[in-house]
Ligand binder design. Structure first.
Ligand SMILES: Cc1ncc(COP(=O)(O)O)c(C=O)c1O
Length: 433
């Protein structure tokens, strides 16, 4: 889909001073295709040419309540009366930490600004606490833009080698190859391979860092018992389990994936839905580990951590989550999931629609099940992208990259769902014709 004239003009202006005209490589869709934003409100966004879209990208997940949600805006406005950044703890910070503790069960919390920071800190905490340096991660799991984990996030297949012994592929240039010596990558949901790697390396392994479900690979779910298996391996070998809940936290359940899957990690990272789109993240965990974060022990800091705008946004967002915002979100997601499944079946497009209703994924595949990144890699991304581009033209915007789930907000209405399903039906018929 071509962007409109005003988007194109603004894109060219932006490209002069911003590489690719965007502030994240993931937002670049091509020279005449990158849409530029005018505004967002509730479940909708408008591009520069005043085209309206029902927004299922939600800024890659965070805007769980909807754009410009009134109670969030109000609390931020109130907070700004006292200023923003102090290098001293404000009451909002205490309140947010208490609410995170109450909702998720983590004993203690430190705040950060982004998911990248949170996972970087969590890894350092695990390394410091265990005195070990290596980390185990899973193929297709993404933990942000630091060098520690930008390995085998979206590797080309077969470039990443044989699945039983994956070759470590950096996400791009600038990531020192030396760091790959500290990373072990394993396919998701494979108990045997994980156990082998743990047995061979456990004395050097500080942590297993994982997304509880594959929020960066079409919401592929953990198989029955897999998370418990990882938990028990960690316990047996003194490895810390870091659950990266940057996408799932406060979204798949009030207590995030720990509640959804009934699992307890040693350290948990949150961001996205925590602040309804404002930059805030958190590292939570067990008291015995978190209480070691202190001067002269485990280092952790940041100038903007706990700034008033972000914590006020989180404070108000968590109140809405506590009050039941996820009920509306889940109902909308369930309706879309079953409607989309029915349409794809009826049109004989082999597909799997999976994941929690608040962030479900669609994979076009004739396989009976998908369990790991390589299953996604073997699926039909081109047809998926064509269907989504057709949806863009109809005013519906999930991400066109099939790895990205459909994110639902509390602002999406039942009427939106009916519209989306009609549009999806038309789009599928148009593309498979
Ligand atoms: C699971 C996960 N961890 C970490 C990150 C990085 O978060 P941020 O983009 O806020 O740095 C992301 C971002 O999408 C993510 O999905």
């Amino acid at each position: 889909m071509q962007s409109g004239i005003r988007s194109r003009e603004m894109f060219h202006r932006a490209s002069n001073v911003i590489p690719c005209g965007v502030n994240s490589n993931f937002r670049y869709w091509g020279e005449d295709k990158t849409l530029m934003l005018k505004k967002g409100k509730g479940g909708y966004i408008w591009d520069q040419d005043d085209n309206r879209y029902i927004d299922y990208r939600l800024g890659f997940g965070p805007v769980i309540l909807g754009h410009s949600w009134p109670s969030v805006t109000k609390r931020i406005t109130e907070a700004l009366e006292i200023g923003n950044t102090f290098a001293m703890t404000s009451e909002y910070e205490v309140s947010v930490a208490e609410k995170i503790h109450e909702l998720t069960g983590v004993d203690m919390v430190r705040l950060a600004n982004t998911g990248t920071e949170a996972t970087m800190h969590a890894i350092r905490i695990a390394r410091a606490f265990t005195g070990r340096n290596k980390i185990i991660k899973f193929e297709g799991h993404y933990h942000g833009f630091h060098d520690y984990t930008l390995w085998n996030c979206y590797p080309p297949v077969p470039g990443a080698g044989y699945r039983r012994s994956p070759v470590l592929v950096a996400h791009g240039s600038g990531i020192p190859m030396k760091l790959s010596e500290l990373v072990i990558s394993v396919p998701f949901n494979d108990r045997e391979l994980l156990e082998n790697r743990v047995r061979e390396n456990w004395g050097d392994v500080a942590c297993i860092i994982m997304e509880p479900l594959m929020g960066n690979t079409a919401s592929i779910m953990p198989e029955e018992g897999f998370l418990d298996f990882v938990r028990s391996l960690c316990d047996e070998y003194g490895i810390k389990l870091i659950m990266d809940e940057v996408k799932t936290g406060f979204r798949v359940a009030k207590g995030g994936a720990q509640e959804y899957f009934n699992i307890k990690a040693d350290l948990v990272t949150y961001a996205k839905a925590l602040g309804n789109g404002f930059p805030i993240a958190a590292i939570g965990g067990k008291r015995e580990i978190m209480s070691e974060i202190a001067p002269g022990k485990i280092p952790l800091g940041g100038t903007y951590t706990g700034n008033a705008v972000s914590v006020a946004a989180a404070d108000a967002t968590l109140d809405e989550i506590k009050a039941g915002a996820l009920d509306t979100i889940n109902a909308h997601g369930e309706k879309l999931m079953s409607g989309i499944t029915e349409i794809l079946n009826r049109c004989s497009v082999p597909a799997l629609v999976q994941g929690p209703p608040s962030m479900f994924g669609i994979i076009l595949t004739d396989a009976d099940k998908v369990t790991e990144y390589r299953d996604w890699a073997a699926s039909d991304h081109d047809t998926y992208e064509k269907i989504i581009l057709s949806l863009f033209e109809k005013g519906v915007m999930p991400d066109k990259d099939s790895r990205e789930p459909w994110f639902i907000s509390a602002s999406h209405t039942d009427k939106d769902a009916d519209y989306v399903l009609n549009a999806f039906d038309d789009a599928v018929k148009e593309i498979i014709k």
